[in-house]
Ligand binder design. Sequence first.
Ligand SMILES: Nc1ncnc2c1ncn2[C@@H]1O[C@H](COP(=O)(O)OP(=O)(O)O)[C@@H](O)[C@H]1O
Ligand SMILES: [Mg+2]
Length: 513
Amino acid sequence: MTTDPGLETLKARVASATLGPEARETGAVTEIADGLAHVSGLSGARLGEVLHFCDGARGFVLNLGERDLQAAFLDPATGIEAGSAVTRTGQLASVPVGKALQGRVVDPMGRPLDDLGPVGASDTALAEGDAPPIIDRDFVTQPVETGLLVIDALFAIGRGQRELIIGERGTGKTSIAVDAILNQKHSDIVCIYVAIGQRTTAVRRVIEAVREKGAFDRTIFVVAPATSEPGLRWLAPFAATSMAEWVRDRGGHALIVYDDLSKHAAVHRELALLSRQPPGREAYPGDIFYLHARLLERSAKLSQARGAGSLTALPIAEIEAGNLSAYIPTNLISISDGQIVTSAALFAGNQRPAVDVGLSVSRVGGKAQAPALRSIAGRLRLDYAQYLEMKMFSRFGGFGDEAMKKRLDRGERIGALLAQERYAPLSTTAQVALLAALTDGALESVALRQFPALKAALGPLVAAEPRLAALRTAPRVDDATRAAAIACVKTAIARLPAAKPGPKPHPEQAPVA
Ligand SMILES: Nc1ncnc2c1ncn2[C@@H]1O[C@H](COP(=O)(O)OP(=O)(O)O)[C@@H](O)[C@H]1O
Ligand SMILES: [Mg+2]
């Protein structure tokens, strides 16, 4: 008779198990509110510890009070009422991490939300890990290429940087972040998209876009939609960061998008008010700044000794009525390394991505920018800002001046270069070629409405040009390379179908402000 090896190991485990008394602290629910329980009798519990409720639901300790503690649920609490038993697990909230998560859609606890079965991750990590100490960090020197000319040229982002994307609802914030993810299709960067309190349909659109156009197999989706437990929404950015750190700590590079932290701040406030913490400014509890600071501190470029990995963060924040100086926006601006501000007026004027060049800034990315791009993009921002100002004044009375007309015309062309369709990334080489052609005056013959077609035609041309192969990393652009780049643009222009006058003026000619 053959014996089942599985049965044998089970028998061995039973035989070697030591049975004895075990002390387990049990408390009781004293009060239950939306997604939050007040629990008494667990005096030994720690912040962040996972608790088991009698109906099988789990929660974690959010707040320790003098007499009781408050726990946020991680599962729907159906059979819990005042008096229900609660036990400690002694474990802090942790999440699965590892390569198996890439190409998956999971909730903040790592449970699958797609239909691909269990995740089967190799390892777990604490959801609230510590940020790397200063000694383990290095300068930001390598770029994250977003494929968006307005960002790569004017507000370059470096690996390890935290760049806030902030603006009103419906101004293309998510689209900018998604474009940045799509552009990693052929890079070594692993992406993590965290949806916090978003509508399920909006999240689905993002996932579908990445599935169709981009780096799905190297992207992790962590989703805590508006309908999920507040505890899950609260935990989502921390849990997702732990998944990203797994990449960072192995010498890899990760890019995390928090969409969005205003909604995270709102769920933090909701839970704090239910726990009866004293409300502070705008009714947020006093620790909201510290909460997000400790989250964003985990993004870093690590030193050689620590494997030289990096975690770059693109937190998103929504503002109301253009009010950048509200409480949460000012907090987030002060704990990030710059902000991309999207403007409702630009968006309405069809300048998309609607990046406000005057209010946006990138404080560390310049050093990481491709040198070819940096040398060429130098004057661009100033020229564009001057153009926007001049355009305002030119509305009051026509400038007859030839020189002025020329500058306005050039500004319009810069605007058309900075505009970009969604899901149409430009390689760094194509960006350099376009900017070189602009400086050279080669774009003067191109009608503004032909710019999208020009950009689309240029991509394959510059990719196939051997003299431009090293441009992306070259320390400087020599004259021959520059000429080759401009020649590519001219070839693309020559192949454009003739522009027919359209029925309405081109969006770029619409009023900006
Ligand atoms: N570059 C773009 N070109 C054309 N349309 C865009 C662009 N960016 C965004 N949009 C449009 O604007 C809508 C809102 O964008 P979204 O990124 O969801 O805004 P937000 O995240 O700020 O609310 C999108 O559904 C899309 O139709
Ligand atoms: Mg959005």
